[in-house]
Design a binder for this molecule. Structure first.
Ligand SMILES: Cc1ncc(C[n+]2csc(CCOP(=O)(O)OP(=O)(O)O)c2C)c(N)n1
Length: 373
């Protein structure tokens, strides 16, 4: 049985110097990322939590709300037979939004994995763009309808194309960090993966090399306790992912991944270290996947409904809402407005993608790595 964790003791908040979606760094025109529409109303107290101001906190709340609404629509489209495959992230959003908020979009290199929809939203990818790829439309920015959904790629956000081979992005991120170091640049590479990926050789090779070379790379593990149906104890003889860091001479930190602000603070520390040339960090975010691995999985065969319900009491969206309400940043009217706005954005994205053209079959070999002679 895998039990929910509670928030760990945290260091004093670090002031947030950059925030995903800042208009000057984000090549996208999505106003949800710039935060110009959902500003705090005049009666909302200006406050800071974890070094983030009211506007940044409300943005984080919007990203979480939007991602969950988008995913619910994806399941509906899948059940209607319109889209064959959903890769959900419900339950992981806190770790994703909290970590991505500590990055500078378009400057730092990001190598996500298939579950990272909320990372992409936080960096600045729009709901329309995500829906275009989800429906394999010709204008889908990740692959123009060639790749499976959730195989992220976005050059202007420095999000690098990934493969379906679990964990392979770990060594790619290490190589990108080596390039940054050789060029003398202060950008940071970040890669995301699940606990199952830590059982593969790429994890060892990537961390070993990054440790030797002291590279500016952050390894973010979203540990949901399972690799599809395999529980953590069958993947690893040690109980946590973070403790493996000592084998590679880098700090390993374990954080409550349901707590957006705790993740943000831990990630901020790792980013600061990497930018100062102090080397890599392994950050383990303890999360839980609320729904099956994908739309092709039946999770009833490997975990109980009670286990899921217990974790849902620590839903990252509910935790953040509680925190923001107590701090006076969020109120009922603003919560209502946030939910309506997210729903409008999802409706718009769905209609937009459904109207968008499919790829022209005559272009099937375009952008394919190798063509037959
Ligand atoms: C090298 C490799 N082995 C197996 C698979 C099949 N596979 C796809 S996802 C997955 C589970 C990965 O689990 P984890 O890394 O914990 O991430 P999660 O899906 O739980 O977020 C597996 C085994 C694969 N794609 N690549």
């Amino acid at each position: 049985m895998i039990e929910p964790t509670t928030a760990s003791e945290r260091d004093q908040a670090q002031p947030g110097e950059s925030f995903a979606g800042a208009p000057e760094t984000n090549g996208h025109a999505n106003d949800h990322a710039t935060g110009t529409v959902l500003g705090p109303p005049a009666n909302v107290r200006v406050t800071r939590l974890a070094g983030l101001n009211s506007q940044q906190l409300l943005n984080a709340h919007y990203f979480l709300t939007l991602c969950r609404a988008l995913e619910e629509r994806m399941w509906q489209l899948n059940r209607q037979g319109k889209v064959p495959f959903v890769v959900p992230c419900a339950g992981h959003e806190g770790a994703q939004v909290g970590s991505a908020m500590a990055l500078t979009p378009g400057k730092d290199w990001v190598l996500p994995y298939y579950r990272d929809t909320a990372v992409m939203i936080t960096l600045g990818m729009t709901a329309r763009e995500i829906m275009l790829d989800f429906m394999a439309r010709a204008d889908g920015p990740c692959s123009a309808g060639r790749q499976m959904p959730n195989h992220w790629s976005c050059p202007n956000l420095r999000v690098m194309t990934q493969s379906s081979i679990v964990g392979s992005q770990i060594i790619h991120a290490t190589g990108v960090a080596l390039a940054s170091k050789l060029r003398g640049e202060d950008d940071v590479s970040v890669t995301y993966f699940g606990d199952g990926a830590t059982a593969g050789g790429d994890f060892h090779e990537g961390l070993n090399f990054a440790g030797i070379q002291k590279l500016p790379v952050i390894f973010v593990c979203e540990n949901n306790g399972y690799a599809i149906s395999e529980p953590m104890e069958k993947e690893s003889a040690v109980k946590t992912v973070a403790e493996r860091a000592s084998s590679y001479a880098m700090p390993g930190e374990r954080v409550d991944g349901m707590d957006v602000l705790a993740v943000y603070e831990a990630m901020k520390r790792a980013v600061t270290r990497a930018r100062r040339g102090e080397g890599p960090t392994l950050l383990e975010c303890r999360v839980y996947r609320f729904v099956p691995h994908t739309s092709d999985d039946d999770d009833r065969v490997y975990r109980s409904r009670e286990e899921i319900e217990r974790w849902k009491e620590r839903d990252p969206i509910l935790l953040l809402r509680r925190r923001l309400t107590e701090a006076g940043v969020l109120n009922d009217a603003l919560l209502d407005e946030t939910q309506r706005r997210a729903q409008r954005e999802v409706d718009d994205a769905t209609e937009f993608a459904e109207r968008a053209p499919m790829p022209d079959p005559s272009t099937v070999l375009r952008h394919v790595y190798a063509e037959a002679a």
